[in-house]
Design a protein around this ligand. Structure first.
Ligand SMILES: [Zn+2]
Length: 166
């Protein structure tokens, strides 16, 4: 599936983001996250060199590796506290799956906390504008319990993240 026909990078509420060019049904794969698998040290290097944007864009891939989407559409996947997609890991890697039906024109978002293990100290001030915005995005262990249970039910917190919660 070429994402080019269905998705575009456009100006959104917070910088640039991924916008749906057609509708998606609930449960549909909206986007596969393509990129390079890199070590945690590589991501740390981005931060140390001041390339915070690139560091922030990386998706945690397992206990100690990340997926760096630089140059791919996944680099524009923004956070929302009430997102329309969730992260699922399967045999081919990471993908964004629609949590509800998504109309054409809507920004594709996911909840960054679902990829932040309990050992992750990174936080982000949030300006998603959703009702119920958490204001600060923190790791999965600090997520409200009702939200954690909802995401678990939906299957959008990878096992390697859940396992960090003990
Ligand atoms: Zn928010």
């Amino acid at each position: 599936m070429s994402t080019r026909k269905y998705l575009a990078v456009r100006p959104v509420r917070n910088g640039k983001g991924i916008v749906a060019l057609r509708g998606f049904r609930r449960g549909a794969t909206v986007c596969r996250i393509r990129g390079r698998i890199v070590s945690a040290d590589t991501v740390w290097g981005y931060w140390q060199r001041g390339n915070t944007r690139r560091g922030e864009n990386c998706f945690r891939f397992d206990a100690d590796r990340y997926l760096d989407p630089e140059g791919e559409i996944g680099a524009y996947a923004n956070h929302a506290c009430n997102p329309n997609t969730g992260i699922v890991k399967d045999a081919r890697g990471l993908k964004l799956v629609a949590l509800r039906s998504i109309p054409a024109g809507e920004e594709i978002t996911h909840d960054y906390s679902t990829l932040l293990g309990a050992d992750d100290v990174w936080t982000m001030k949030c300006n998603c504008g959703n009702a119920g915005c958490r204001r600060v995005v923190r790791n999965v262990a600090k997520m409200p319990g009702t939200l954690l249970r909802r995401y678990r039910r939906l299957g959008v917190i990878p096992e390697f993240i859940l396992s960090t919660c003990g």
